[in-house]
Each structure stands twice: as structure tokens, then as C-alpha cells.
Design a protein around this ligand. Structure first.
Ligand code: ADP
Length: 218
């Protein structure tokens, strides 16, 4: 099964991709996480992406495409039965290149799941989001707090805020989403593979909706 998770920043794509990838043995390929790993490791891609990401803008299509294609080519080596693309594609140009790449690899997309969340909810989620500095596990100051305030449950380290989760950058990322990424909903609807999930509720509620959807999708 090969899935795309669509939706604005803060819609819960990463959280739910993490769960579903485990239950269905899929590789969770999160474009933002892979880019942040490149920044941490100081690769040339990371150096190009760093300032762009801090501003909440999009990394050029060509760079992100080849990065994601390399990840998809690794699926079999990793023993995955398919993939969840989280945060990719983000532009029509990326989606078209992905189609060509998948056709050349004789692969197809099973579904594009659109996480439909309101602006007020995503702003609240992003501004309260905190991360474990060691493994990137996501917390939220109110909705998913750690056992001890400000401290990661697993590693006992102080939680950190993502650089691009500052109010001004959140606004920028949402504007970029509306302009460049939202048209993908229509793109995948036209292909007949779009599925909508109402994603405003708490994580367990959204989780249930996804599980129901997959009773149908398989
Ligand atoms: P979010 O979905 O919450 O904005 P991500 O971790 O998915 O967070 O992405 C963080 C940043 O990484 C984006 O704002 C953008 O700069 C960059 N990025 C991630 N995915 C892509 C992509 N497909 N194309 C271009 N840039 C991307």
C-alpha cells in the first residue's frame, strides 16, 4: 500500500503516519524530518535547505524530488511493504514528477489522505508543539504533555521548540500551504484516489476515523 498524507502544517500527518506505518508495515517518509536530518548531518542538501526552512518557505522541487526518490528506492532494503509520504509532494510540480518516477518504478499510489483541519486548530497545535531533542518525539504543552513539564519522558532531556514553530513562521507556512499545496487536493481528487479525514479532533478520535477508512481502503 502506497499512501500520501496531505494537509496543512499541524494537521497531524506525522503523528498518524507514525501509527499507521507500524500497523501496516509501511515506511514513513517525512520530507521535513529527512531535511532536518540533512541539516543536522551538515550535508550539502542540508546547507541549502537550512535558511529556507527557518523562513517557512519551500525547498526547491528538484532537491526534494531526488531526496524522496532515493528514499522510495530504499523501501525493499528496509523491508517495508509500501510507503506513507508525509509532507511530500507539496507542489503540483512535485506531484507530477512523483507520478513519473512511480510509473518508471512500476509502482502506483493507493490513496491520498487529506487531513482536513481548521486554521485555528493548527495554529494552536503548532504553537504548543514541543519535541524531544534526542529522538524527535512530538509532545504538546496541553494536548499531549510529558509526565514532567518541559522534560522528555524517554530521555529526561529538556523539550525543544522547532525553529519554524514561531508565530510569524507558522503564518508563513500556512500561507505557503494555501498557495502551493492545497491545489494538490483537487489534483488527487481528479485521479479518484482522494480520501478526506476530519482532523480537528483529538488524536485518538482522528485515529479511529483513519482505522475506519482503512477498513474500506484495505
Ligand atoms: P510542517 O508540515 O509542519 O510544515 P514539515 O516538517 O513537514 O513541517 O516541513 C518543514 C519545512 O521543511 C517546510 O516548511 C519546508 O521548508 C520544508 N519542506 C518539507 N517538505 C517539503 C517539500 N515537499 N517541498 C519543499 N519543502 C519542504
Amino acid at each position: 500500500m502506497n499512501l500520501i498524507f496531505l494537509g496543512p502544517p499541524g494537521a497531524g500527518k506525522g503523528t498518524h503516519a507514525e501509527v499507521l506505518s507500524k500497523t501496516k508495515n509501511l515506511c514513513h517518509l517525512a520530507a521535513g524530518d529527512i531535511l532536518r536530518r540533512n541539516i543536522k548531518e551538515g550535508t550539502s542538501l542540508g546547507m541549502e535547505a537550512k535558511d529556507i526552512m527557518a523562513k517557512g518557505e519551500l525547498v526547491p522541487d528538484m532537491l526534494v524530488n531526488s531526496m524522496m526518490f532515493a528514499e522510495i528506492k530504499m523501501l525493499k532494503v528496509k523491508g517495508c511493504e509500501g510507503f506513507i509520504l508525509d509532507g511530500y509532494p507539496r507542489t503540483i510540480g512535485q506531484a507530477e514528477e512523483l507520478d513519473k518516477f512511480l510509473a518508471s518504478e512500476k509502482m502506483t499510489l493507493t490513496a491520498a489522505i487529506n487531513f482536513d483541519a481548521s486554521e485555528a486548530v493548527v495554529v494552536e497545535r503548532l504553537s504548543g508543539r514541543r519535541l524531544c531533542a534526542v529522538d524527535g518525539k512530538i509532545y504538546h504543552v496541553k494536548n499531549m504533555p510529558p509526565k514532567v513539564e518541559g522534560i522528555c519522558d524517554c530521555h529526561g532531556q529538556p523539550l525543544v521548540t522547532r525553529k519554524d514553530d514561531q508565530p510569524e513562521t507558522i503564518r508563513k507556512r500556512l500561507a505557503v500551504y494555501h498557495e502551493s499545496t492545497k491545489p494538490l487536493i483537487e489534483y488527487y481528487a481528479r485521479k479518484g484516489i482522494l480520501r478526506n479525514v476530519q482532523a480537528d479532533g483529538d488524536a485518538p478520535l482522528v485515529q479511529e476515523k483513519i482505522a475506519k477508512l482503512f477498513e474500506k481502503v484495505g
